[in-house]
Design a protein around this ligand. Sequence first.
Ligand SMILES: Cc1cc2nc3c(=O)[nH]c(=O)nc-3n(C[C@H](O)[C@H](O)[C@H](O)COP(=O)(O)O)c2cc1C
Length: 223
Amino acid sequence: MFTKLIARGFSIIRHDGNNCRHSIYPCSKTIPTGVGDNSLLSRPLVFSPNHSKRAYLICSLEHLSLRSDSMRVLIAYDSVSPNKNTEKVAEAIRDVLKTKGMDAQSSYVKNVVPSNGKDYDCLIVGSPTHAWRATGLIRDFLNSLTPQSASGKQGAAFDTRIKGRLAGSAKEGIENKLKQLGFKIILPGLVAYVKGEKSQVVLMEGELEKARQFAEQIAVVLH
Ligand SMILES: Cc1cc2nc3c(=O)[nH]c(=O)nc-3n(C[C@H](O)[C@H](O)[C@H](O)COP(=O)(O)O)c2cc1C
């Protein structure tokens, strides 16, 4: 495992403390020798990202395992109308992130399994704007998150809404809550506008493309 990571451009450094769970620490000392040495396995080790690559380890004196070398992004969304506009935006973002090599998943908020942040590096939350704010399901989801699930994590928000000065905004409340929890907001949230058409609510022209560009920006920040 060590040799493979080094070949891929990672440095292995020794970490002084006893805990290095879920963290990447700044590289202070490279240890080019002793790689794969069992004595090193019994100590907390940290992989430092190099050349935009990332490795995550859960390591302790008892347990050491490689989690993933690609950025894990969870997109949690609610979507209510039959046309599922917010879901479409979530999926457009997910698809672009996947093309950038990220481990991106979109999930209807009710299907998100609570993990205390163990299964994502970046959490993106999207909601239709209902009564000037996020839906009850999204607010309940955000309220269920613990500061531990936000620690060291990045976050972003998006919403769908009608174009107009009095429309309100779901994304602002989501961003504020994410910040309050301790997420680092990586870029200003996305607004995707909807309109009524033949008794349905549909995304306005160009809004899916805007969502894809938003995802492109996320990918740049996360790399
Ligand atoms: C109960 C309800 C309240 C709404 N309130 C707002 C609002 O305050 N501002 C707004 O821009 N749109 C509002 N809308 C329109 C929704 O934002 C729009 O239906 C939604 O973006 C569609 O996304 P979805 O297809 O994912 O449900 C409301 C819609 C419903 C059903």
